[in-house]
Write a protein that binds this ligand. Structure first.
Ligand code: NAD
Length: 361
């Protein structure tokens, strides 16, 4: 298969971790007979330094013409970097918002997996962490409260702020379809999270999700109120497979789910549109404090590349090869500094990439 991939190395540790992810993709391509074609574009601070803007129209067009985008991370030290003296629309993060909008990336996927070998990093009680967990939060990314009308007014000398939470059935249907499709590639369970006991938008959400569920009789659907879900994530995270939810609930729950894994350098993510196209990136930032020192953990980016193979290219066997190689490296006792523990061997970013590649071959 021919795969056209646009890469965004970005800033900070971005170029280091993207290089390792490309190395793993190349190993998979060699083993399974695929052709990977990479084109790099500039985004964030790297683009500001060259073009004066965090993302050019040409870069967007290059990304659009690819089958998928693999990104490292963007941004610098927000207190010392000159990029943060620029107007907000010219700062590094504006590039990310612009590319999400230009490519209509409305579905955000964040897996939260607790690896047995890293269980000591999990802040939950040992009887809970011992059961492990492997869930995926599917968050609607372009609608809801964050995109509704907002204003602040003054009435009779009292300041009043208004935000609007709106969803139409088409916005709900397209993310629900993504949720069920992805559950089919996993353990076939969707937990749809809403606040249907209070909000009209949630009642519509629940109704549309139930309509979509009829096309997926092999997937189990359950509904959960968001406040209960926040509790269940720390009480019994093993119960979840795919959590399907709207923008703000997903924002909060995905951070909570990430935190309970305890390892930021391990968390991948994807943002998809209504085709197979997606932008894949680690959940963490550009870690300027360790940039250029071969200290970064490349695993979140490598697992993002695995998600790309699975969700944009339907190459499940190849994605499994990467996921299993990562598990094997952890089992063999290798760790980067961020996940180091007693009795393990500490390695740098490049060496971690090499060890994963060896286990793919
Ligand atoms: P961060 O995630 O970059 O770093 C937080 C801490 O985690 C740091 O101590 C860092 O060294 C460590 N860390 C992060 N990733 C790691 C990895 N792969 N391996 C080892 N250690 C790792 O968050 P921050 O410091 O708040 O932000 C730094 C910059 O990143 C900011 O400019 C911020 O805006 C940007 N950012 C970008 C994205 C993105 O590109 N999508 C996301 C979040 C933050």
């Amino acid at each position: 298969m021919e795969l056209k991939i646009t890469c965004i190395p970005g800033d900070g540790i971005g170029p280091e971790i993207v290089a390792e992810a490309k190395k793993t993709l190349d190993a998979v391509a060699e083993k399974y007979g695929h052709d990977m074609h990479y084109t790099d574009i500039l985004m964030g601070g790297a683009s500001i330094d060259v073009h004066g803007v965090p993302l050019t129209d040409e870069a967007i067009e290059t990304a659009r013409s690819a089958d998928a985008v693999l990104m490292g991370s963007i941004g610098g030290d927000t207190t010392t970097s000159p990029w943060y003296k620029l107007a907000p629309n010219l700062r590094p993060e504006a590039g990310l918002l612009a590319i999400r909008k230009a490519l209509n990336l409305f579905a955000n996927l964040r897996p939260a997996v607790l690896y047995e070998e890293l269980a000591q990093a999990c802040p939950l009680k040992t009887d809970i962490s011992a059961r492990g967990f492997d869930m995926l939060i599917m968050r609607e990314l372009t609608g809801g409260l964050y995109f509704g009308e907002r204003k602040t007014v003054e009435e009779n000398g009292v300041r009043k702020a208004i935000d609007t939470l709106t969803y139409d059935e088409n916005e709900i249907r397209r993310i629900a379809i993504k949720g069920f499709e992805i559950a089919r590639k996993r353990r076939k369970k969707v937990t749809s999270v809403d606040k249907a006991n209070v909000l009209d938008s949630s009642r519509l959400w629940r109704a549309v999700v139930e309509e979509v569920a009829k096309d997926y009789p092999d997937v189990v659907l359950e509904h959960m109120l968001v406040d209960n879900c926040a509790m269940q994530l720390v009480k019994d995270p093993a119960q979840f497979d795919v959590i399907l939810t709207e923008n703000m609930f997903g924002d909060i729950l995905s951070d909570e789910a990430s935190m309970v894994t305890g390892s930021i350098g391990m968390l991948s993510s994807a943002s998809l549109n209504d085709t197979k196209f997606g932008l894949y990136e680690p959940s963490h930032g550009s870690a300027p404090d360790i940039a250029g020192q071969d200290k970064a953990n490349p695993i979140a980016t490598i697992l993002s590349a695995s998600m790309m193979l699975r969700y944009s290219f339907d190459l499940d066997k190849e994605a499994d090869a990467i996921d299993n190689a990562v598990k094997q490296v952890l089992k063999d006792g290798y760790r980067t500094g961020d996940i180091m523990s007693v009795g393990c061997e500490q390695v740098g970013c490049k060496k971690m990439g090499d060890l994963i590649v060896e286990r793919i071959k």
